[in-house]
Design a protein around this ligand. Structure first.
Ligand code: ATP
Ligand code: MG
Length: 879
């Protein structure tokens, strides 16, 4: 029995644990604090800062099985998926890492031992590639391992040199490939792993991070070279299980079985159907893991990628003849298959399945709408004698109706038509440009050069949990973006010191404000931020005198603002806990803002909260406030904290040691923020509003303590003002208003009947003014001050009154003319209201249209009204 995927994953992690590596859980697919990346696309991503030396962990060797997505940016495998046996959108990357610990020799020896002995892959099937200039790695494979010369291949920079970015850590790499023997169709003279015939499968890449590339492009050797490796679990499983493709491994077995059962097709019968089944299986995994990590469908950024993947999968379902939403059933099978390794899926199963079902349902609806729009476009194209749908129209279908262009093409082909592909691409490119611009704005700001340089030398330590004032040395001043030795009165300045009591904005809690007292001046601090690393900058203005680098200064936090912030932060924790009690654990935090004067809490939930739910949440939170539970703050290891029931926030990044805040038995959260000493300090928690901010995301705004009191007083004042206006006591307001509304409805009815009577009189007069033109009775009149609805009623009135006539009424209001025109049934053979109105509105410089018996329109030019009437006479007379 070959190893199953679960055993392969476990064997890998145990192998490295036995060699001194720390096993670290997979990070989220949403990268933390890295605005340059949409998704985690390799095992090293969560360790970037460790490799850069900006962060240290309690270990120098680590091993992971990391969730990865390759659907955007430099690594985009989306188009390959389903067509190659080896590429996925979502996959698991197994990796071992050395942070300045072991290097090339051990990395190669470990990999060789694990692949050949641990996984039992025959040594003679292995081919290693090395970077052309990396003699050291070549030598290690040749004499250290003993691979024959023809199976150690030197390749170019394109294949075997890896870099984190244009500058920074980089180095040669060495890939381990499995040889499946010559392929019949191969056209290369000498087939190597660089050939695309499919003979070789890359299973593992070992990256030797040994240089730092300077901005000028120079390679400077790193003092402590590091190792980063990545092996695709799906590919390893395929090799070990002797499967012809990743899809034939046990990882996909249950998922494909579900897809086949739903579609009623068998794999192996038709190659195109196999592609569809593979795509569905692959994409269902991606959807499940993405939603599990808090990504929701949207029109931009990550949510847009998610949406596209879902539509692509739904479209392949349609190709297999599936008509109803089905992907959620496949996702259910994904949870079955993967939740032992990723327990978060199990916990969120219902939520994931539900999101997918809704999104697919919505897409299938728009699919129908899009199809009918496309029918209209086809009719128009026919009329104009065109052969290709304009790119803009195809793009509109794609953009508004989520209509994949290949589907548009399919439908058009049935009519012998095509799509203007170039025009479509142009429209698409313009959209991408917009998306890029939007994406840029939504990320975190890039670390400024100056901050990065300072952070390399300085770390600010934080004392603000214990004290609100602290004396420290001024280490740097930044004015106008540049470091300087002194800042003077009026300067906007950033102050950096060794030690600070100021809390720098993080975890939703805003930065502290306060003041810095230097020997010769005073800085008013408006905000404290941590732009990078452990560097804290105090932002503000020199209010008086000057401040110099090297001076000793006293930092004082605004105690009142801080206390209000702490009440709000603790209030946020109670609110979070109460929400989960009332709504269930799928109400996950998506964001929060904690300021001195307000708090805001965003969470995942599908529908608006009912009044009962809001009251229940408020009641719970306030009961816990009354209980006056003391805050307890503990440091503990992350897994222990989770085991103790602490709520970890999605998309939040945690070190190995975490700070846990608990309020009695009510709330336990991982949090670095500052808090009240006991819940009683919060005083009162009042929910002010609850609203939707994005699909599936709700927002609660609330107030605590004196802020809540101020809000209640504001409400009270409003009520009193309204009661004063109506001259009643506040308690009588609703009744009084009801009566007023009833009276108003009566008055409206009365007004309407008076209007109708007036219309009747007016149309009697107009009817009498009818003229005969070429044997047809025509009324053409101006009735200013009548709105379009009443205009229509008058036209109807006149048509009935006259029996046989053409009636044109025009009214001017605010520099615009509205016209309405009716034709009685007996004249319909000769005149069409729509055609007449089009002509008349043309004269007025506007547009109009409608049915044969009635049409409406208008135009901006009231001075042309007489000309418009003459035009009508001419049209009738000339007919
Ligand atoms: P390829 O050239 O086959 O696309 P790569 O060079 O892009 O692979 P790396 O970036 O070195 O791959 O990633 C390390 C390992 O991750 C690979 O050796 C492979 O086993 C696995 N891997 C990479 N991309 C995918 C993918 N799209 N689906 C599944 N596994 C992948
Ligand atoms: Mg690749």
């Amino acid at each position: 029995m070959p190893l199953g995927a679960t055993e392969i994953r476990e064997t890998f992690l145990r192998f490295f644990e036995a060699r001194g590596h720390q096993r670290v859980a997979s990070a989220s697919l949403v990268p933390q604090g890295d605005p340059t990346l949409l998704f985690t696309n390799a095992g090293m991503v969560p360790f970037k800062r460790v490799f850069l030396g900006e962060e240290s962990r309690g270990y120098t060797r680590a091993a992971t099985s990391q969730k990865c997505m390759r659907v955007s940016g430099k690594h985009n495998d989306l188009e390959n998926v389903g067509r190659t046996p080896r590429h996925h959108t979502f996959f698991e990357m197994l990796g071992n890492f050395s942070f300045g610990d072991y290097f090339k020799r051990e990395a190669i020896e470990y990999a060789w031992e694990l692949v050949t002995r641990g996984f039992g892959i025959a040594p003679e099937r292995i081919v290693a590639t090395v970077f052309r200039e990396d003699d050291e790695a070549h030598e290690l494979w040749r004499t250290g391992i003993g691979l024959p010369a023809e199976r150690v291949i030197r390749l170019d920079e394109a294949e075997n040199f890896w870099a984190m970015g244009d500058t920074g850590p980089c180095g040669p790499c060495s890939e381990i490939h499995v040889d499946f023997g010559p392929k019949p169709g191969c056209t290369s003279a000498v087939c190597t792993p660089a050939c695309s015939c499919g003979r070789f499968l890359e299973i593992w890449n070992l990256v030797f991070m040994q240089y730092d590339r300077s901005p000028e492009g120079k390679l400077v050797p790193l003092p402590r070279p590091s190792i980063d490796t990545g092996a695709g679990l799906e590919r390893l499983a395929a090799v070990i299980q002797g499967a012809p493709s990743n899809y034939d491994t046990d990882l996909f077995h249950g998922i494909l079985a579900r897809a086949q059962e739903l579609a009623g097709v068998e794999r192996g019968a038709d190659p195109e159907q196999d592609v569809s089944l593979n795509v569905i299986a692959d994409h269902a995994r991606a959807l499940t893991f993405l939603i599990g990590d808090g990504v929701l469908p949207s029109n931009e950024g990550r949510g847009y990628v998610l949406r596209r993947i879902l539509r692509r999968a739904a479209r392949h379902g349609a190709l297999l003849g599936l008509e109803k939403p089905f992907l959620h059933h496949v996702a259910d099978a994904v949870v079955d298959a993967m939740s032992s390794a990723y327990p978060e899926l199990h916990e969120r199963r219902a939520y994931i399945v539900d999101r997918i079902e809704r999104e697919e349902g919505r897409f299938l609806e728009t699919l129908a709408n899009g199809l009918s729009l496309l029918e209209d476009e086809i009719a128009r194209l026919r009329q104009q004698g065109g052969t290709a749908l304009p790119g803009a129209a195809a793009f509109r279908l794609y953009d508004t109706f989520g209509f994949p262009v290949d589907l548009t093409e399919d439908v058009l082909r049935e009519h012998g038509l095509g799509v203007d592909q170039a025009g479509f691409q142009t429209a698409m490119e313009a959209q991408r440009e917009r998306a890029r611009a939007a994406w840029k704005g939504s990320g975190e700001t890039r670390v400024g050069e100056v901050h990065a340089r300072l952070a390399a030398e300085l770390a600010t330590s934080f004392h603000g949990y214990e004290t609100l004032s602290f004396t420290s040395t001024v280490r740097a001043l930044i004015v106008g973006g540049a470091p300087c030795a002194v800042a003077r009165a009026g300067d906007a300045v950033e102050v950096v010191v060794d030690e600070t009591p100021f809390y720098a904005e993080s975890g939703g809690q805003v930065g502290d404000r306060g003041e810095i007292l230097a020997p010769g001046g005073r800085v008013e601090v408006e905000d404290a931020q941590r732009p990078t690393g452990d560097l804290v900058v105090h932002r503000g203005r020199v209010a008086q005198g000057e401040i110099r680098v090297g001076e000793s200064a006293e930092l004082r936090v605004d105690a009142e603002a801080r206390a209000a912030t702490m009440r709000n932060h603790s209030g946020t924790h109670l609110l979070h806990a109460a929400l989960r009690r009332v709504l269930g654990p799928q109400a996950m935090q998506k964001g929060s803002l904690v300021a001195p004067d307000r708090l805001r809490f965003d969470f995942t939930h599908d529908s608006p909260l009912s009044r009962e739910q809001i009251l229940a949440i408020e009641d719970l939170a306030n009961a816990w406030i009354e209980a006056d539970a003391a805050a307890s703050v503990r440091q503990m290891a992350y897994p222990d904290a989770i085991a103790a029931g602490a709520i970890a926030i999605f998309e939040e990044k945690y070190g190995d040691q975490v700070r846990v805040i608990a309020f009695g038995p009510y709330s336990t959260e991982l949090c670095g923020g500052t808090h009240a000493r006991a819940t009683g300090e919060i005083g009162l928690l009042k929910i002010l509003s609850e609203s939707g901010i994005a699909s599936g995301v709700r927002r609660i705004e609330a107030q605590t303590g004196l802020g809540a009191l101020a809000w209640l007083r504001g409400r009270e004042a409003l009520l009193e003002r309204a009661a004063g206006l109506l001259r009643v006591a506040p308690a009588e307001l609703p009744e009084r208003l009801e009566r007023l509304l009833e009276e108003r409805r009566g008055l409206e009815r009365e007004l309407e009947s008076i209007r109708a009577a007036a219309r009747g009189a007016a149309s009697r007069d107009l009817g009498e003014a009818a003229r005969e033109i070429g044997g047809v009775r025509v009324v053409a009149a101006r009735v200013d001050g009548v709105d379009p609805k009443n205009l229509r009623a008058m036209v109807d009135d006149l048509r009935n009154r006259l029996g046989s006539a053409i009636v044109l009424l025009a009214a001017e209001a605010e520099g615009r003319v509205s016209v309405a025109l009716g034709v009685t049934p007996d004249l319909l053979e000769r005149f069409r209201a729509g055609d007449l109105v089009r002509e008349i509105c043309g004269v007025l410089g506007g547009k109009g249209g409608g049915r044969p018996d009635f049409a409406q329109g208008g135009g901006p030019d009231a001075t042309r009204l007489d000309a418009a009437f003459q035009r009508l006479e001419a049209l009738v007379g000339g007919a």
